[in-house]
Design a protein around this ligand. Structure first.
Ligand code: 13P
Length: 249
C-alpha cells in the first residue's frame, strides 16, 4: 500500500506574514489519524522560517530546485547539501516551468536527480506533455522519454528513493485538469515502464498528479489506482484549499 503524498509547490509566492499564516493554518488542520503525508515546497528564502515552524510536527519540508553542483563558484545556485542542512527531505526536479523557462533538458534533470539523491534528498521527478504533444498523440512517447532519461542515467534502483509527478503542461495554472481517466492512464503507463525493469520498485514508487488540483476534483483523482497524491500549485497557497485537498485523500 503506497502512502499518499500531498505536496504544495508554492512557486515564487509568499511573504513572511503569509508564510506564517499559511503554515499555522496547515498545522492546525493536520490530522494524525489520516495516513497521507503532507509536504510544503517554499521558495528558498523561507526554508528556515518554515523549518522552524514545523519542527516536531509531521509536516514535511522540501525545495523547488537544486544545483547540479556540490559547491563552489556557481553564483545564485543552491546545493542539495544546503537543502539537507535546512531539514529538507524532498526536492522537485524537472518541473515544466524549469524545463520551459530555464531551458532544462532531460540531461540537466537527470543530473539534478542524481545530485538530490547524493545529498540524501528524495527527488520528485516532474514529467508531462504539452497540449500540442497531446493533440498529436505523443503523450506516451514524451513521458516515456522523460522517464527513460532518468533510468538511463540513475538506474531503476534509484527509483526506490524517488517520487514521480505527472503534470500535463496544459493543465498547470490553467484551470484545466486531466480527467481521472486521462491521468490514471498516464500513471499506469509510467508504472508499467518501470515494471519492465523491476516489478517491486514499480509497485512501490509514488506517482503524484499535478495540474489544477482543487478541493472539488481531488477525491476523484486520488481514488484512482495509480494516483498516489497530488502536486498542488495555486491551491496550496491558501491553507483552506490545501487542507481541503488533504482531507479529500
Ligand atoms: P497548479 O495547481 O496551479 O495548476 O500548478 C500545478 C503545478 O505546477 C505544481 O507543481
Amino acid at each position: 500500500m503506497r502512502q499518499l503524498l500531498i505536496a504544495g509547490n508554492w512557486k515564487m509566492n509568499g511573504t513572511k506574514p503569509e508564510v506564517r499564516r499559511l503554515i499555522s493554518g496547515i498545522l492546525s488542520r493536520m490530522d494524525e489519524s489520516r495516513s497521507a503525508e503532507v509536504l510544503v515546497l517554499p521558495p528558498f528564502p523561507y526554508l528556515p522560517l518554515v523549518g522552524s515552524m514545523l519542527e516536531g510536527t509531521p509536516l514535511q519540508l522540501g525545495a523547488q530546485d537544486l544545483s547540479v553542483h556540490e559547491s563552489g563558484a556557481y553564483t545564485g545556485e543552491v546545493s542539495g547539501a544546503m537543502l539537507a542542512d535546512w531539514e529538507c527531505g524532498y526536492v522537485l526536479v524537472g518541473h515544466s516551468e524549469r524545463r520551459s523557462l530555464h531551458g532544462e533538458t532531460d540531461a540537466t534533470v537527470a543530473a539534478k536527480f542524481k545530485a538530490a539523491q547524493a545529498a540524501g534528498l528524495m527527488p520528485i521527478l516532474c514529467v508531462g506533455e504539452t497540449l500540442e504533444q497531446r493533440e498529436r498523440g505523443e503523450t506516451d512517447a514524451v513521458i516515456r522519454a522523460q522517464v527513460r532519461a532518468i533510468l538511463d542515467t540513475a538506474g531503476i534502483g534509484a527509483m526506490a528513493r524517488a517520487v514521480i509527478a505527472y503534470e500535463p503542461v496544459w493543465a498547470i495554472g490553467t484551470g484545466l485538469t486531466a480527467n481521472p481517466d486521462q491521468a490514471q492512464a498516464v500513471h499506469a503507463a509510467i508504472r508499467e515502464q518501470l515494471s519492465a525493469h523491476d516489478d517491486t520498485i514499480a509497485g512501490r514508487v509514488r506517482i503524484l498528479y499535478g495540474g489544477s488540483v482543487k478541493p472539488d476534483n481531488a477525491a476523484d483523482l486520488f481514488a484512482r489506482e495509480d494516483i498516489d497524491g497530488g502536486l498542488i500549485g495555486g491551491a496550496s497557497l491558501q491553507s483552506d484549499s490545501f487542507m481541503a485537498i488533504y482531507e479529500a485523500s
